[in-house]
Design a protein around this ligand. Sequence first.
Ligand SMILES: C[S@@+](CC[C@H](N)C(=O)[O-])C[C@H]1O[C@@H](n2cnc3c(N)ncnc32)[C@H](O)[C@@H]1O
Length: 391
Amino acid sequence: MSDISKFNEIRKFLFEHEILLQTECLETFDELPKIYKSFLDDLKKLNLKELHQFSTHPYTSKKFSFAFCAFLEKIKSLEKVTKYDVIPTKLEPSLARKLRPKKNHELSLLKTLLDRSQSKTMLDVGGGIGHLSNVFVHKKDKKAYCLDIDVSLQEVGRSKILKWIYENKDKIEFINEDLFNCEKSFSVDLICGLHSCGELSNKVIDLYLESKTSEIINFGCCYHKIEKKQNISNEAKKKPLLLSFHALTLATRSNSIYTYEEFLKRFRIKQYRYTIHLYITEELRINDYKLKACHEKDYTKSFSEYVSIVYEKKVDLRFLEEYIKIKEERVLELFYIDFIRDLLGRITELYILLDRKLYLQERGKQVVLRQIFDQNLSPRNIALMNPSFLL
Ligand SMILES: C[S@@+](CC[C@H](N)C(=O)[O-])C[C@H]1O[C@@H](n2cnc3c(N)ncnc32)[C@H](O)[C@@H]1O
């Protein structure tokens, strides 16, 4: 299927399910079309263990209705991204020092790709403490410009180099700039964004277009930070799907895998959050309310204790223990409907990424989308890059 056809199919599907996509089920549950309630009844046939499995790897089942299976099959076909199997390059101990498994995984795969590149100079956008820059230049006659808005990260990066990777000292230049207000121009061969949040990815793309840079690798993340830069390609502009903050948030946390314990924890958190919402809006009839921040451990306390921590108004705490039982079934339904909504997350991310890809293609650039990282370790794992990185 061509990119344009895939983009149009995704858009059509997301428009069909727009109410589910664009709003939070907590707010719109009663307005949702009946079909989603029937999907919910299908999910109710699963026990908690099965539901956990379903939430990480959605599957069709004989227990499900034909309509739900068709919905799931459609999503499965739309969210397919070619996985590019890269053989990781083991990082030298000085580069791998104190890296978390996620970062080690990402950098070992990117090292393989970067080593294939002829590029001598790289702009590492949102480069933080300079992990990627270090990998790019290490033991090579190369130079990296590591740009970040956060000077404290760059200080950590500088002292790390002086202590542990001294040989990279003159090969990395930290540039402290907000890329959105940056007057500098960059003359580099390669521009990289390893998880450039929100519209920072658009900035990476535009710098690539405006400069003489010949290569790009960009991984997006934090789509909920996107404010304006949506539907940037001409194809998208024909019938733009304007993603709400809730839809963008869904894309941001899509494709994540949770252990059973994490799944149960999430369940408990949602149960408390949803029940307090129902209590305040339906019992107290207050629509505009604020909750105080709390710790994860507060969700292990009784519901009334939790409420006394997060809600400053005086309420009947004894009644709350009864209330959570009364609302159990309703809250469970909200929890299930969230699962159905979560299924739209990855294709929403793909809508954004395909739009970016088409935007570049419409301007004469050859780029591909490939899944590079493992879903278990790094869910924002799709690179927008030149085919020159593929063997
Ligand atoms: C998700 S982190 C990725 C860090 C690094 N690339 C990595 O993979 O470890 C995004 C980085 O972008 C930086 N950043 C965010 N907005 C920026 C801006 N407007 N200009 C420059 N850097 C920015 C943040 O400070 C942060 O270090």
